[in-house]
Structure formats: structure tokens, C-alpha cells
Design a protein around this ligand. Structure first.
Ligand SMILES: Cc1cc2nc3c(=O)[nH]c(=O)nc-3n(C[C@H](O)[C@H](O)[C@H](O)COP(=O)(O)O)c2cc1C
Length: 198
């Protein structure tokens, strides 16, 4: 282990954390505090009884005031096809422009639910704690919008990557199988994998 030089702690820590691969979410809110959203990787499951997750929000974010004034939020986990929306919500873009980059419905809490997200967790904020530069929002999940399996978006080493969904892959492979016939080796393997998953 290398000790961290206290003068470069924040930078060294950020570089180390950048090595961790994480899902990418749009965390959104609406209500008396206004409509706002930001791109987040600091989202974590806390418990399944009751279903609870946490979100870490920088207090210097332009979204902070809205989240402080509202009692609900939605965690919208992005698919690989949604990386442009991740960029729009990643900072320095006015809120109206961020929301114009995608389609939305209102969740049961009133928080904006992203159309086509991998999964959306519609939540009531049950507690808040300030730690260092961030507020940690503990949220009870009130409703879920999960959709057909899709490729996931992952952020690692300050870049976006696609994590292919096995079943999405199989759809492609099955299509290839129809075109190329069963004699093809990888198409036959796809069929065997499909049977295992069915
Ligand atoms: C991949 C990625 C992950 C991020 N994760 C977080 C996070 O977990 N918490 C957070 O407060 N900001 C996070 N940010 C930064 C916010 O999205 C950004 O600061 C926010 O949109 C506010 O920017 P603004 O003050 O210009 O509005 C992340 C940005 C990116 C691109």
C-alpha cells in the first residue's frame, strides 16, 4: 500500500475511485423546490426491507436547491443507448435543456421517470445527512419501472462503456442464426445458450 500524500489526497482519491466501474443514473426530482436532475454514479442499495437506496449529491450542484425543497426523487439507470443524456445531465447545462434531451413521465411520487431507462426507482426521501461536500439522501423505493433486458451503460476510468445484456446479445445471435443457418458454429452455440436461459 502507498500512503497518500495529504496535499494530494483529494486528487489521489478521485483517481483511485475513477478505476471503479459503476452504473450511470439520472437522479431527478420535481415538486415545490422545482424540477432538476443530475448524472450520478454514487447510488447504492441500502436494504430490501423496506427497499431503500442512497444517493450522494454534491451541495455545490445547481440541482441541490431543488432536491432540498422536494420530498421525492427518481433514480433512472441508463442503457448504453442513453449516453448523450448522461452528458446533458453531467453539469453546466441549464435544467430545461437537460430535460429537453429525453422523454419523461411522472412517477407515482411526481418525480420525472425517464422513458426507456434500464430501470427506474421512484422514491420518497426518508432521511438526509451531510457528509463532507455531499448530502447523502436515503430513499425508500415506492415504485419500480423495470423494462425489457437491455445493454447497460457503465462509467470507468472517466469513459463510458457498454455492458451487453446476455439476452439482448441472444436476440442478435438468433437473428444471425436465422440468416446463416444452424450449421454455423457460433449460431448453434447461441441456440444452446438460449435454451439454457429459457
Ligand atoms: C458519470 C458521472 C457521474 C457523476 N456522479 C455524481 C454523483 O454521484 N453525485 C454528484 O453530486 N454529482 C455527480 N456527477 C456530477 C453531476 O452530474 C454534476 O455535477 C451535476 O449535473 C451538477 O452540475 P451543475 O452544478 O453544473 O448543474 C457525476 C457526473 C458524471 C458525468
Amino acid at each position: 500500500m502507498t500512503a497518500i500524500d495529504t496535499n494530494t489526497t483529494a486528487l489521489a482519491y478521485r483517481d483511485a475511485m475513477a478505476l471503479l466501474a459503476s452504473a450511470v443514473h439520472l437522479v431527478t426530482t420535481d415538486g415545490p423546490g422545482g424540477r432538476a436532475g443530475f448524472t450520478a454514479s454514487a447510488v447504492c442499495s441500502v436494504s430490501d426491507t423496506p427497499p431503500t437506496l442512497l444517493v450522494c449529491l454534491n451541495r455545490s450542484s445547481s440541482a441541490f436547491a431543488a432536491f432540498s425543497g422536494n420530498t421525492s426523487l427518481c433514480v433512472n439507470t441508463l442503457t448504453a443507448a442513453q449516453r448523450t443524456v448522461a452528458d446533458a445531465f453531467g453539469g453546466r447545462t441549464p435544467m430545461a435543456e437537460r430535460f429537453a434531451a429525453a422523454r419523461w413521465t411522472a412517477g407515482s411520487t411526481g418525480a420525472p421517470v425517464l422513458a426507456g431507462a434500464l430501470v427506474s426507482f421512484d422514491c420518497r426521501i426518508v432521511s438526509r445527512t451531510s457528509v463532507a461536500t455531499h448530502d447523502v439522501l436515503f430513499c425508500e423505493v415506492i415504485a419500480l419501472a423495470d423494462r425489457a433486458p437491455n445493454d447497460a451503460l457503465v462509467y470507468a476510468s472517466r469513459r463510458y462503456y457498454t455492458v451487453p445484456n446476455e439476452r439482448t446479445d441472444l436476440r442478435t445471435l438468433r437473428a444471425a442464426e436465422r440468416v446463416e443457418g444452424l450449421g454455423n458454429g457460433w449460431a448453434a452455440e447461441a441456440r444452446r445458450a438460449a435454451l439454457r436461459l429459457a
